[in-house]
Every structure is written in C-alpha cells, then in structure tokens.
Design a protein around this ligand. Sequence first.
Ligand SMILES: Cc1ncc(COP(=O)(O)O)c(C=O)c1O
Length: 387
Amino acid sequence: MTLKLSKRSEIVKYSPIREIFDLASKTPGLTRLEVGQPDFAPPQYIREASQRAINGGAIGYSPTNGLQETREAISNRLKLDYNLEYDPNKEIVVTVGASGALYLSLRALIDPGDEVLRPNPGFATYDEIIKDADGVPKQYPLLPDADFSIDFEALKALITDRTKAILINSPGNPVGNVLDQEQLEKLMDIAEEHDLIILSDEAYDKIIFDQKHIPIATLTCDKARVLTIGSSSKNYAMTGYRIGFAAGDSKLIGEIVKFQSLSMICPSFIGQKSYTAALNGPQDDTIAMKDEYLRRRDYFVDALNKIPGFKCFKPGGAFYAFVDVSAVSEDDWNFTRELISEAKVTCIPGSSFGSVGKGYVRFSFATSLETLEEGIGKLNDYIKSIK
Ligand SMILES: Cc1ncc(COP(=O)(O)O)c(C=O)c1O
C-alpha cells in the first residue's frame, strides 16, 4: 500500500542534531562531551528502593495520576525546599519525566494556532512538542552580553492575542543561565498583565551553584498562573527511570491526568517507588553530585576560556558550557563536524537551540574530570593546528 502519513508527521521534525550523533557513532576515539545526562549511577539508596519494589512483586499499574506516596513525597519536598503548597490529591501528577509533563500540559492548554513563547537559546525539543500540540513556538531571546538574561523588550514584542503560555527554564539548557528574582518578577508581571500561564521547567533545580533556586510559583498566590515541572532525571541521576511531575491548578492537573490515561496509562511503578525513596531520603548524594559538577565547572570553564578564540559563559546551574566560537569559525555546525572528525571531541552546535546560539557550541561537563582534561587537551591542539 501507499503509506499516507499525517500532516503532523511532516510538521513535527526529528532534532537535526541526530546528524551529529550519527557522525559521532561512526567516529572512533572520541572524547564525548555532548551527552546531556549525568555520568553518575543513581545513588545506592535509590537503587535499593528499586530492588525492594521488584522483590515485593506487586508491580502493577499505579493510579493514573501516580502513586499516592509519590505525590505526597513531591508535595513534601516542594514544601520543605521552597515553601510551596500543593495538594498531593489534586494538584500534583507524576509523569513520564519532565518531558511527559511538558507534552501533556501542552495537550491540555493549546488550541490550534495558540502561541507559546520559549527561550532562545533553549531546549530544542520545546518547539516540536508545541507544534505537536498544534501550537506555534515563538522564541524570546536571551542576551549573551547580559549573562544570558531575558530580553524583556523582545519578549513583550512577541506577545499577541494568540499567546497562551511562556515557557521558562531555570537553570537552563543549553546555557546554564539562572533566572534571578528580578527576572522572575518581571516575567510574573508580564504573565499577569497579559493573562498568560507560565510553564516552568525546573528539571535542573538541584544543580545550581552560586545562588538559591527560586521557583516562579513562589511569586504568586494564583495556582493557575504557573505550572511547575520537575524531574528525577538530573537531580538524582535517574534519567532511565523516566519519572517527573507537574504541580499546579487542580483543573489543569486533572486534564494532564486525562491525557496521561489515554497515552501512557501511568508512569512506571518501579520508577515511582524509586523516586519516592529519592525524595524522602537524605539529600546528601544529590548535594555531592552538585558539588562535583561545580568542581568540574570551575576547571572546565576556566580551561575553555584559555583556549585562544573561545569565550565561555560561566553557568550558574545545570552541567553545560556554552562557548562562543565565532572567533575561530563562521559556522557552528561545520565547527562541530570538524571537532568530531579532526579534534575527536563531540559537542552540539549552538544554533540547534535557536538563532541566538549561532556561533556557539555546547559542551557537557556531566563527565569525569579526566575526560574533561582529555577534551581540553584535544581542543587546544586542534585550535593551534588551524591557526
Ligand atoms: C531543559 C530540559 N527539560 C526537560 C528535559 C527532559 O527531562 P526528563 O528526562 O525528565 O524527561 C531535559 C533533558 O535533557 C532538559 O534539558
């Protein structure tokens, strides 16, 4: 038969950086600095909880909104860490990662043609999940010359009567920028003035170095104004468990639960048991991982800035170094290809995160100090060789 795919299949695209992964997979001897996931194993106490869940045998579906104990653990941690109050019975849903929360919340919020603002540079997946919900992504720029803070004039200029939501991400991927109180207050003012919902992707909230994380939900009493999205993936090195959550207005949470029931039924039972233990347990391992990322950041960013022609922003959170390489290459895609084939180091082209990322590349420091040192050695040699 002739396969007739949907219009949606044409509109929603795979990430173009698949080309980079393909090239990397065919190139031997690479120092892998593109990987966006923790290099740590999940802490022992979490793995023990996974084993207990398996040995208990009763591994079935959970309620569609997640296990009661997991929702309670999320609620308790939000209260303990940020003094946020969410009712575990109706204002929290456990999801398949932050990705699940983002995907389903857009299903619940967006009508065809509704516009969603997202940071530029920002997590490239945002555009495609907005499009998959029949929405229109609009990219608001961050300002490289002002510590990648939000260009509020440009953001305001993007708002139309079709704008429904502002997506924010702090600490942010790919830059590691952190939204401070002032920026968050400005965002809240804009959201209130134009009656927009803020979707706050806080997947990296525990990987923050120089200041305290401020959830934007702490700046309003209106539950409907913010959907807080969290994840087990980065904070607890639990990427493969696929567990995250959304916390917000009960009506919106109810809709997310409905769409989850249609698509995933529920998140993984073992994942939820493990995340419950992660949240309720001592947070020492999470702090130790953050301290190690900090040690790596301090070494890596300093070393990158010593490479002639490289200029790297000092990230306040997450585990990425976003480097301006425009002094050594006119094209970040070509430069990435050259680094892979010539220098034998992988990275991600900055423009894949949005137009502001043109001339940049993203390295990850979610890898050992030895690997970072090896990468720095290769980058130095390569830059010398092309001068
Ligand atoms: C900013 C951001 N949000 C969400 C995700 C997805 O996280 P999860 O594993 O919880 O789906 C990622 C993963 O890299 C990310 O960088």
